[in-house]
Ligand binder design. Structure first.
Ligand code: GRF
Length: 209
């Protein structure tokens, strides 16, 4: 099955720092990523990423999630995305799990980035998990979001070495460089309709490279 978003308008969801958002925004601004950031949504009002989106003149919207049923929050997000004709949803450090409402509104059209080589180390504090496990390589994964936490089909991965002297912070910084590099590439792959999805396998089959 070909994955083909209806347009190149992306909606970015974030909850924190927003360095992945900034890397994408920079690539859009310099036209190395052919996309339009239609809306940036945060469920955290004080998220630095939301402030940075507004500083860039982008449409930054706070949608509260606290004390709200998961479905109600998802409806609010889907309404905002629809109102801005978003074709692809990009999770850039978005710390919340979706209900089926969101997954059905954007089937195979939600991308997430995770700072490990999935399926190793899903969840949180994954750099520390990688160090504790003693792996020699770690990295990052861009995947399609499905109903499993960090379990959706893998679009792209990048590896980094793990040093004996690493702390969770130094490893995270090394991985982040790769996150900033591959997230925009994966977004472009999906936006340009070059990927097929068979089961959980994503293959670049159209117009490679
Ligand atoms: C990144 O490490 C990303 O992989 C994870 O959350 C972090 C977000 O960082 N999902 P930033 O807000 O993009 O700087």
């Amino acid at each position: 099955m070909r994955i083909r978003p209806p347009n190149r308008r992306i909606g970015i969801l974030l909850s924190g720092r927003g360095s992945n958002f900034e890397a994408i925004a920079e690539n859009v601004a310099t036209r190395s990523l052919d996309a339009e950031i239609a809306i940036v949504i945060s469920n955290v009002e004080s998220a630095p990423g939301l402030a940075r989106a507004r500083e860039r003149g982008l449409n930054g919207v706070f949608i509260p999630s606290q004390e709200k049923p998961r479905e109600a929050f998802d409806w609010d997000v889907v309404s905002a995305l629809n109102a801005h004709e978003v074709g692809l949803v990009v999770l850039a450090g978005f710390m919340r799990i979706f209900s089926p409402i969101m997954l059905q509104a954007y089937p195979n059209l939600i991308l997430n980035i995770h700072p490990s080589l999935l399926p190793a180390f899903p969840g949180r504090d994954v750099q520390q998990q990688a160090l504790d496990h003693g792996v020699k390589f770690s990295g990052c994964t861009v995947h399609i979001v499905n109903e499993q936490l960090d379990g959706g089909p893998i679009v792209m991965q990048a590896t980094v070495p793990v040093m004996d002297s690493d702390t969770a912070d130094t490893l995270a910084a090394r991985i982040l460089v790769q996150e900033h590099r591959i997230f925009s590439q994966a977004i472009d792959l999906i936006l340009s309709g070059r990927c097929d999805l068979n089961g959980r396998k994503v293959r670049v089959t159209h117009g490679f490279p």
